[in-house]
Design a protein around this ligand. Structure first.
Ligand code: NAD
Length: 293
């Protein structure tokens, strides 16, 4: 039997941590939001407040739901404040040493039956589980960005993850009104394993002069019914993130088919990282995006 998840702790109050807190509170769960930087907790709470208020203004939720959700999220300044949680999800910076240090410091504050999860996009679940005192109660819960909007959550089992842990995590995702998929612990899991090589191939198509930025994006939007072209999507994800996922695939699977396109490397070296810096495969500094090649 798995454990019924009612109180959720979140470590890391950045864009993902706040999004996860938002959807948990809206589902009626109690949330404790932690970050090593108290200012990030305050910013996270303010972001959630703003996003919930926007949902009320749009009519997707009512004021009473907003008030209820806000009241269910409390700041947790130390790991001891996470002591009563049934599940703690780590959503801190994507850096293995940081995550390992969090898990070894965190576990002593938790109940022995509490579950621990990571939202990592690329680091091995099995390796992270080894830095906890409970690899059998450890699992990858990979939310997509932006969390309140995206329907999918990938559940990733490490080598030691036990069935009741997986069943509890699956029931938790269902309670959030989201859909989960299960994947084994191999580099980039399912979504990024399939999506990023497609984006990398689109960049090769540009690099080899097969088509322009506009032709490639139009071809995939209208020819494959994708809501966004692959180069537009790469800019949205961030080209540094795209490159790091390709490197994880290339190194983790040791197969040359995953080699990052040299043009992607060049854009990252130039600091043209996509929308977040207003320049990538498109230039976003004007009214309408203009292709940069
Ligand atoms: P972010 O930079 O917005 O937030 C990270 C937060 O972690 C920061 O507030 C930072 O202060 C905090 N932090 C760092 N070290 C900490 C520590 N020792 N203890 C407590 N808090 C600490 O990053 P993000 O985009 O929210 O990403 C978080 C995680 O989610 C990463 O593992 C990332 O790979 C994963 N993820 C990101 C996306 C995405 O599109 N951004 C999508 C899926 C998964």
């Amino acid at each position: 039997m798995g454990i019924d998840i009612r109180t959720v702790g979140i470590v890391g109050a950045g864009q993902m941590g706040s999004g996860i807190a938002h959807v948990c509170a809206m589902a009626g769960l109690d949330v404790r939001l932690n970050d090593r930087d108290p200012a990030r907790i305050r910013n996270g709470l303010a972001t959630i407040d703003g996003n919930l208020a926007r949902q009320v203004a749009k009519g997707t939720i009512i004021e009473e739901q907003r008030r209820g959700a806000v009241g269910r999220i409390v700041a947790a300044e130390s790991f001891d404040d996470l002591g009563g949680c049934d599940l703690v999800i780590e959503a801190a910076t994507e850096d293995e040493a940081t995550k390992r240090q969090i898990f070894s410091a965190l576990c002593g504050s938790l109940r022995p039956d509490a579950l621990v999860a990571t939202n990592t996009s690329s680091i091995s679940i099995t390796r992270l589980a080894a830095s906890t005192d409970r690899p059998e109660r450890f699992i990858g819960i990979h939310f997509m960005n932006p969390v309140p909007v995206m329907q999918l959550v990938e559940l990733i089992r490490g080598i030691a993850t036990e069935d009741p842990t997986y069943e509890s995590a699956k029931a938790f995702i269902a309670k959030l009104g989201k859909t989960s998929t299960m994947s084994e612990d191999f580099p980039a899991f399912i979504v990024n394993r399939i999506l990023l090589p497609m984006i990398n191939e689109a960049i090769y198509t540009l690099y080899e002069g097969v088509g322009s930025v506009e032709s490639i994006d139009t071809a995939m939007k209208l020819g494959a019914n994708h809501p966004m072209g692959p180069l537009q999507l790469a800019d949205f994800i961030g080209l540094d993130t795209c490159l790091s996922v390709m490197q994880v695939l290339y190194e983790g699977l040791a197969d040359s088919k995953y080699r990052p396109c040299p043009l992607l490397v060049k854009y990252v070296e130039a600091g043209w990282l996509g929308r977040k810096v207003k320049r990538g495969f498109y230039d976003y500094r004007g009214e309408t995006p203009v292709p940069t090649r």
